[in-house]
Structures are given as structure tokens and as C-alpha cells.
Write a protein that binds this ligand. Structure first.
Ligand code: ZN
Length: 202
């Protein structure tokens, strides 16, 4: 990919190789020191070790510019630019916590995770789309995600915001549980995503 700006170059590993949509987590970016203004970094998703999608992220004061680049099979690459505004709240234990403000129309919720595809949007937006179809998504995955939420002392309900690390829990445990939780939520949300006017992927 061509360079944009002279900032930090950082490739986050591919998280999803088989799911039909992708997600970005602002807390992951913060923990990797990527949210300071005027940086550029890329996220890439691969399938069978071939890059199928990438996002270049340009950080600005109070916002990030996302360029989502993807292609289906051997079609031409398509590029779309999105601006996502950031917000910060104070943590109970000091420090500031970053949030994305959901860029979907009429939303602007503070969220940690945005789902990526034909649009960037939070899970609440996907839930609305899903509810309008009155379909059930994968209940088993939702139940498993909820069990993990219980362990983490997060508010039940996979469509609720994810929480912070419980006091006394090791970071590695927290990361593992969070990753599992997100994977289960992903399965559930995949069902919802199908109702957003086509596959989220392409
Ligand atoms: Zn939203």
C-alpha cells in the first residue's frame, strides 16, 4: 500500500480470516499507542495468506480518517473513506478511555468496537437492522458470550458495550476472555449483518 503521511507504520494482525465481516477496536489501538494525532497505520485482513481487505488509519486531533480498501475475488480494489470521531472518558482507576463515536446516521453512540463492511457501524445499529427483520441470530454463541460477560462482570447482553478489566484479573486472562467473547459476539452479529442490505463483507 502507498504511504500516507510519515507517521508510525504498524500492522495489526489479521483477526478474522473466516468471518464475513470485520471489526476494529479503539482500545486495542490505544494500548498499542496508535491514537496520538498525525499517525498512519494499517490493518490488514487476509484469507489463505492473501490480503482481502485493509484499512489505513490517519489519526487527527479528535478523529480518525479510515480508508477501507477491499476486493472480492479478483475484482478491482475499491476504496472508501470514512471519518470517525473519537471521544474520551475518565476511568475509575485513572487515565482516559477512548471511544469511537458510531458514524452511522442518527447514532453517534460511544462504542469501543465498530464493525466494518459496506458501512462502519456499532452493534446497536446492527441490532436495529436485525430487529427489523425479526430473525434469530445464533443464540448459542450469544449465550456463550454472556457467560464470559458474567465472568468479567460486564452488563449482560451481547449488544451492550463491553466493559473494562475487573480489578485483580491478569491482563492475559482478560485479553483471552475478551477475544473469546468478541468471537462469540461476532458469530451472532454476523446473522444481523446479513440484513443490512447485503453482505457486510463486500
Ligand atoms: Zn451505531
Amino acid at each position: 500500500m502507498g504511504g500516507m503521511g510519515s507517521g508510525k507504520k504498524f500492522y495489526l494482525g489479521a483477526k478474522n480470516t473466516t468471518e464475513n465481516y470485520r471489526s476494529i477496536d479503539v482500545r486495542h489501538w490505544q494500548r498499542n499507542g496508535l491514537l496520538a494525532p498525525y499517525q498512519t497505520f494499517w490493518l490488514r485482513w487476509t484469507r489463505d495468506s492473501e490480503v482481502v481487505a485493509s484499512i489505513s488509519v490517519n489519526t487527527k486531533p479528535g478523529r480518525v480518517i479510515l480508508t477501507y480498501r477491499h476486493r472480492k475475488d479478483s475484482e478491482d480494489w475499491s476504496n472508501k473513506n470514512y471519518t470517525v470521531y473519537l471521544d474520551w472518558t475518565l476511568c475509575n482507576f485513572g487515565g482516559k478511555r477512548p471511544w469511537f463515536l458510531c458514524p452511522a446516521p442518527r447514532c453517534s453512540r460511544r462504542v469501543a468496537t465498530l464493525y466494518v463492511g459496506c458501512i462502519f457501524a456499532c452493534r446497536h445499529c446492527y441490532q436495529l437492522a436485525y430487529q427489523s427483520q425479526r430473525e434469530t441470530y445464533d443464540d448459542r454463541a450469544a449465550r456463550r458470550a454472556n457467560k464470559i460477560r458474567e465472568k468479567l462482570d460486564w452488563k449482560p447482553g451481547i449488544l451492550n458495550e463491553i466493559g473494562w478489566k475487573p480489578k485483580g484479573m491478569h491482563w492475559s486472562t482478560f485479553e483471552q476472555l475478551t477475544a473469546k467473547h468478541n468471537a462469540f459476539v461476532d458469530v451472532s452479529i454476523k446473522g444481523m449483518a446479513e440484513f443490512l442490505g447485503g453482505s457486510l463483507e463486500d
